[in-house]
Design a protein around this ligand. Structure first.
Ligand code: HAM
Length: 425
């Protein structure tokens, strides 16, 4: 788990702020759920990978609980219970820290941060397209223009395995292996589960079917699954989603991978992950999501189709570093008020308060250093202005305003200070 020192914390909150702005832009409302949930809730359909990596413990009433490892089950719980009767579609956003006992390594920690967008109540492809578009838009707004989205469809793979009579739990084993890119083992497992030769051939073809020429790839998928009806319906759904994305002006490169699976077991349809090349080499996605139409029902709610995405906030912050993308922070004018001697302290206090009340971020020299030392410290900290309060000027109701960048200073009436600072570029 990490400590975030000021520069890192600034970056983390900057990314979080961007995810919040995107939520507003697309009409997602924030919900806040607890850090702990019942283990059963979090474990259901989480998939082996995450299930084994949850921080679990018994509370004083001997209930087995866990630190949240993702947001999706908590949101599904809300929609199955307290938000059951709310009009659909429901568009919900949340952000916060999550806990997984992952092997700590570059870009992977045991406490990390996600933003999370869930769109509940529609199974139409425009909902999937909205989630993908929103992800692309978010990354673009942060300046990560060279990202790409890897898209697949669990419905195609599960459609084939269903038709072969392979049980869901056994399908999950195959999906986990595909997720880890252990393709040969995935095929061997399917073979051991008595999948037909046609099935193995089809799976092998799908694993090899990937690329950014989406029209061709979709055509190749159709060809490969000719004999599997429900897989065909899933492929048609993927066509429709891709078609809508193409019409949404997003700049992401789109890569379709027919043999792509994700570790979480609740997915039923389109799945996707976002990457920047600089982190993709280390196998680190900056976000992931997909459609899950059965989870809310599993938690006792009405059958509610849903689709969502979780951008990794600290992964995106890492991507900003790796790609040397500048933060687009608002221009700030930060001032320090420096009394030239102890008698000027009271006046310095009044002026600092007046500036803060006017919304100008203001420090006051707190170390009683000589003015030259206080000024060089202001320089080191990159402050824009210092206001020097000396006895001579004070007698005339004046102060000295120093522009730290061009080292120019002027003596002005106290009353004009705020206007002057606001006016200066
Ligand atoms: P996930 O793929 O497990 O999906 O996580 C989403 C993102 O969280 C990853 O792409 C990555 O950026 C970040 N992440 C995951 N583990 C770590 C870690 N150990 N350290 C740093 N970052 C990490 C989900 O969590 C699903 N709930 C997404 C979803 C929402 N599906 C539908 N709705």
């Amino acid at each position: 788990m990490n400590d975030y020192l000021p520069d890192d914390a600034l970056k983390l909150r900057y990314v979080e702020q961007k995810t919040r702005e995107t939520a507003q832009l697309y009409g997602y409302h924030e919900v806040i759920t607890p850090l702990v949930e019942s283990y059963e809730l979090l474990a259901a359909k989480a998939g082996e990978e995450i299930r084994h990596r949850m921080y679990t413990f018994n509370d004083m009433a001997n209930r087995k609980i866990a630190l949240r490892a993702e947001f999706t089950p908590s949101i599904a719980r809300l929609v199955a219970t307290k938000m059951r009767t709310m009009p659909k579609p429901l568009k919900l956003f949340c952000a916060g820290s999550l806990y997984r006992y992952d092997e700590p390594q570059y870009g992977r920690s045991r406490e990390f941060w996600q933003a999370n967008y869930e769109l509940m109540g529609t199974s139409h492809p425009e909902a999937d397209a909205e989630i993908i578009t929103l992800t692309s838009h978010l990354l673009d707004s942060i300046g990560l223009h060279k990202h790409y989205l890897k898209i697949g469809h669990v419905g195609i793979l599960r459609g084939i395995l269903n038709q072969e009579g392979i049980q869901e739990t056994q399908q999950n084993q195959i999906m986990q292996l595909l997720d880890k890119k252990q393709w040969d083992q995935a095929l061997t497992t399917a073979q051991n589960l008595k999948a037909s030769r046609l099935c193995l051939k089809t799976l092998k073809t799908l694993i090899e079917t990937k690329g950014n020429d989406t029209t061709n790839i979709l055509h190749e998928i159709d060809e490969a699954i000719k004999n599997y009806e429900t897989a065909g319906t899933a492929a048609q759904n993927l066509h429709e989603i891709i078609e809508l994305i193409k019409n949404s002006n997003i700049k992401s490169e789109i890569l379709i991978e027919a043999g792509f699976a994700r570790g979480l077991e609740y997915y039923t349809g389109m799945i996707f992950e976002a990457y920047v090349p600089e982190l993709e080499r280390a196998g680190l996605a900056i976000g992931g999501g997909g459609r899950y139409d059965k989870l809310i029902e599993l938690f006792g709610g009405e059958p509610t189709p849903a689709v969502g995405v979780a951008p990794g906030i600290d992964r995106i912050a890492l991507a900003i570093d790796k790609t040397k993308t500048p933060l687009k922070l608002p221009d700030k004018k930060h001032v320090i008020v420096i009394p030239l001697n102890e008698e000027m302290l009271a006046q310095a206090y009044t002026i600092a308060s007046t500036l803060r009340q006017a919304g100008i971020p203001t420090d006051i020299e707190l170390m009683r250093r000589p003015v030259s030392k206080a000024l060089s410290d202001a320089d080191r900290r990159g402050l824009q202005y210092s206001v020097l309060i000396g006895p001579e000027e004070a007698k005339e109701g004046k102060v000295t305003l120093r522009d730290m960048k061009n080292r120019e200073q002027k003596t002005i009436e106290k009353e004009k200070l705020i206007t002057e600072i606001m006016r200066e570029k």
